[in-house]
Structure formats: structure tokens, C-alpha cells
Design a protein around this ligand. Structure first.
Ligand code: NAP
Ligand code: HSE
Length: 442
């Protein structure tokens, strides 16, 4: 509230003008507010660069009683009225969720209206259908804000990098969990307290389990992989684990061993033409380029066959960076409308085969509580060895006179071997508890 002066509240700042393109916004929460603020504060620069004025003519919300930083006469709870408004040429969907957002976007496209959205869940689940509809109708469907907040990721993948065969991509794609893990690492906060901070800063989803359980990063990885490989990647083809099991013990041991824990998404091209896509907590060596990406920052590293290694980073969530990406897309559509270049959505008709997590080969961190007695270590090492898992490092500390907490770092192993070893370990009486297992990148 404090960031808006009363004059701005009294009347719509972005009224229609003769040479303007009308926007209908669905949702006026964190991202809607950031988008509005940028359209208002940078109006003149935007007009010059886009070649037209951008007019916000209608805004759809759910709760009419909520106080807003925008004139009441723009607001409506009738969302179809926003889409159907004849002054609206671009529908900007910033409400989230699959329904009714999906139906409203489809309605807009069927009426010949361009669409800008930040809705990764919808795009991951119904993206190919909506993108293909936009392509058939000769319309723009832009979604830069859906992945990586303010970082340009979608357009570089669609355009500048699109001639490359992507060999591997790896990214920190969720601002909330990166903020939470940073606060847990740097300040020793509990996950719950750190999450509350992230929510208060506008980083988290309406239901923050989407962040913590890894769904949000899973959606984003499916979208990025679809664009990078030019084929639809089904969201269920992306393996997912969240950060809910990361304990302060793991953060402590990671530090002792020279690593940081991040929620990372990885996509690797496989020799059979398929991909392995996975999102899970990952231990990164402290000198890894992604290890220094902290707080709400996101980053995507990729290796292309011609370009080599590329890394893009910036603020991955929050009103202003995400609003910046939405405004960039709106301006792109405005230029396309004005100069006749609209409708260059690239269809994603074909799907790509996604491998199960058992195909993963990496290093592993295993933390367990064992009985502190003679031959215990040898027994555990034998189980690992029998399952073809070779050990690279170990740390141990006593829990009490009877128990010890022990951490192993393995050499590169197959997921199947690790799972076999863990299954065998659960049946040995000296193993009291398997605390956590985290994949390790190098
Ligand atoms: P938010 O703060 O919860 O705002 C959602 C807005 O949509 C609110 O104005 C809400 O109305 C409205 N809305 C939701 N469901 C509605 C319904 N069924 N009918 C009418 N209005 C409805 O969410 P947000 O953080 O801005 O996120 C919006 C979208 O951007 C989501 O897809 C999210 O995943 C994506 N995104 C968010 C961020 C971020 O940093 N927050 C970054 C990138 C992408 P009321 O105001 O009346 O409740
Ligand atoms: N909740 C999301 C995140 C918003 O924390 O990354 C940005 O997509």
C-alpha cells in the first residue's frame, strides 16, 4: 500500500489512449501488483520501446472487498468479462492454478486474443495443447515469467540457443526453497521459520507445499526441457523429491565435507534419444557454479553442442523481478501486434521418452545412525561393496554411548545399486535408522 500514492489509487493510471493496446489482467496478487507497478512507473520508457502505450483496461480478482493498489473501477470478479472485453487485445493471466486459468486462456485464444502468463503449473500440465492452439490461431502465448522469475530463460532457449543440441541442463529453479536452504545454512533457521520468511516476501506459491515438495521446480523443468528439446516433456516424466527431509544435520555434514545443499533440476540427453529429467535436493561442491547461487536467486546452466557452457542467473521469484518478465512479454506482444510479427508460437506436437530415476548415475551421500560396536563399519562397507557401491569419504560422530551417526560419500554409482544397498541395510540389526540419502553432483 505504502508504495502507491493516493492519486494512483483514486483513478486508473493506465487509461486507454488512442494509440494503446488494451490489457486484461486475471489476478492482482504478488505478480499482478509487480506488473502493474512496472507498467505505471516505466510507462514512458515502455511506450517508446514498444511503440504503443499499454492500457490496463480490466482486472479480474476473487475477493472484491480486499484493498488494492489500483482503482476500483478496473476491478471485477467476473473473469470471463475481462477476457471478453472488446478493448482487451492481450490477456495477462496471473492467478495461478489449472482451472479456471486454463479455460480462460483457451477462451482468450479462441477469440483471437494474445496471452501472457506466469502459470507454470498450467503450462507444465497443458502447455503443448495451449501452445499448439496459439500456433494454429496465429497468436502469441508468452510465458517468460513462468520459469526463473526475472531471468530471461524461455526466449534464449527458443531463439538464440535453439540451433544447439542440448546435452545437459542443470538449474536452481525455485526461489522459495533456495531462500529456505540459504537461511538454514547461513543462520541455522528451521525449515518452517525460513519458509514463513519466504512467504512474507511474496516468493512462495499460494500453497507453499508446491515449493517445498518440489512440484514447482518439477513444472519448471518440464517446461524448460520441452523447449530445449523441442518436444513435449510430460510432467510425470520428471522425477521429483522436495526439501522436506533436509535436516540441519545434513547441512552440517555437507559443510564439513565441502558441499552445499540445493534443490536442483537436471536434464540429461540419453544415447537412445530420450532424456532423464529429475528434481531433488543435491549436494554441490562449494566451487560449483550453482553453489554460490543463494537466497531467492535462480540460475540455469546448460551445455550445448556448439555454444558450450552457458549460465543465466537472477532473482527467481517476487513481485518486481517476475513483473519485469511479464512486462517484457507484454511489450513483445505489443511490438508483434504493431509491426505484424505476432503468432510465432512454435508447436510441440511430439513427445519425448523420459527415463526412470533408476537410470541415474551419480555420487550419493548417505547418513545413518548405527550401533557403535566392533565390526559395525566393516559390515556396512561390505553391504555397499556387495551392491557395487564404492565409498569415497566418511564422517562419524557419537550420538551417545551406544549409537553413532555416520555419513558416507560414494563414488559414482547407479541409482539401482544404491537402492539395493539401502534395502539390504534396512535388514541389518546394527543399522538403527537411515537418516537421509542425497544425490551429489560434481
Ligand atoms: P497470488 O499473490 O496468490 O495472487 C493470485 C491472484 O489471482 C489474486 O489476485 C487472486 O485474487 C487471484 N485469483 C486466484 N484464483 C482466482 C479465482 N479462482 N478467481 C478469481 N481470482 C483469482 O499469486 P502470485 O504469487 O501473484 O502468483 C500468480 C501466478 O504467477 C501463479 O501462477 C504463480 O505460480 C506465478 N508466479 C509467481 C511468482 C512469485 O514470485 N510469486 C513468480 C513467478 C510466477 P484475490 O486477490 O482476490 O485473492
Ligand atoms: N514460488 C515460486 C518460487 C515463484 O519460489 O520460485 C517463482 O516461480
Amino acid at each position: 500500500m505504502s508504495q502507491f500514492d493516493s492519486a494512483a489509487l483514486a483513478e486508473p493510471v493506465l487509461g486507454p489512449t488512442e494509440t494503446s493496446i488494451g490489457i486484461g489482467m486475471l489476478g492482482f496478487g504478488t505478480v499482478g501488483t509487480g506488473t502493474y507497478r512496472m507498467l505505471r512507473d516505466n510507462r514512458e520508457a515502455i511506450r517508446k520501446k514498444a511503440g504503443v502505450d499499454v492500457s490496463l483496461v480490466r482486472v479480474g480478482i476473487r475477493d472484491a472487498a480486499k484493498e488494492r493498489a489500483i482503482g476500483r473501477d478496473l476491478l471485477t470478479t467476473d473473469l470471463t468479462a475481462v477476457v471478453d472485453d472488446p478493448r482487451v487485445s492481450i490477456v495477462v493471466e496471473l492467478m495461478g492454478g489449472v482451472s479456471p486459468a486454463g479455460e480462460l486462456i483457451e477462451r482468450a485464444l479462441r477469440q483471437g486474443k494474445h496471452v501472457v502468463t506466469a502459470n507454470k503449473e498450467l503450462l507444465a500440465k497443458s502447455g503443448p495443447r495451449l501452445i499448439n492452439l496459439a500456433a494454429r490461431e496465429g497468436l502469441d502465448l508468452h510465458f517468460e515469467a513462468a520459469v526463473g522469475g526475472g531471468i530471461p530463460l524461455i526466449q534464449p532457449l527458443r531463439h538464440q540457443l535453439s540451433g544447439n543440441d542440448v546435452l545437459k541442463m542443470m538449474g536452481i529453479l525455485n526461489g522459495t526453497t533456495n531462500y529456505v536452504l540459504t537461511r538454514m545454512t547461513d543462520e541455522g533457521l528451521d525449515l518452517g521459520d525460513a519458509l514463513r520468511e519466504a512467504q512474507s516476501k511474496g516468493y512462495a506459491e499460494a500453497d507453499p507445499t508446491a515449493d517445498v515438495d518440489g512440484f514447482d521446480a518439477q513444472y519448471k523443468l518440464a517446461i524448460l526441457a520441452s523447449i530445449a528439446f523441442g518436444k513435449a516433456v510430460p510432467v510425470e516424466g520428471v522425477y521429483r523429491e522436495g526439501i522436506q527431509k533436509i535436516a540441519r544435520r545434513d547441512i552440517h555434514f555437507a559443510q564439513v565435507l565441502g558441499y552445499k545443499i540445493k534443490l536442483v533440476g537436471v536434464v540429461e540427453a540419453l544415447e537412445d534419444g530420450g532424456i532423464l529429467a529429475r528434481v531433488h535436493p543435491t549436494m554441490l561442491p562449494r566451487n560449483h557454479p550453482l553453489a554460490s547461487v543463494d537466497d531467492v536467486y535462480n540460475a540455469l546452466w546448460l551445455r550445448g553442442d556448439f555454444v558450450g557452457d552457458v549460465m543465466l542467473s537472477g532473482r527467481g521469484a517476487g513481485a518486481d523481478p517476475t513483473g519485469s518478465a511479464v512486462v517484457g512479454d507484454i511489450m513483445d506482444v505489443c511490438r508483434n501486434i504493431r509491426y505484424g510479427g505476432a503468432g510465432n508460437s512454435v508447436p510441440l506436437d511430439e513427445g519425448i521418452a523420459t527415463a526412470p530415476i533408476e537410470k541415474c548415475r551419480t555420487r550419493y551421500y548417505v547418513r545413518m545412525v548405527i550401533q557403535d560396536r566392533p565390526k559395525a563399519l566393516g559390515c556396512i562397507a561390505t553391504v555397499f561393496g556387495n551392491c557395487n557401491v564404492s565409498l569415497a569419504a566418511m564422517e562419524m560422530r557419537g550420538v551417545d554411548s551406544r549409537l553413532g551417526e555416520i555419513v558416507f560419500l560414494t563414488h559414482v554409482s547407479s541409482e539401482a545399486s544404491i537402492q539395493r544397498a539401502l534395502k539390504a541395510m534396512r535388514n541389518i540389526h546394527i543399522v538403527e535408522q537411515i537418516g537421509n540419502v542425497i544425490r551429489v553432483e560434481h
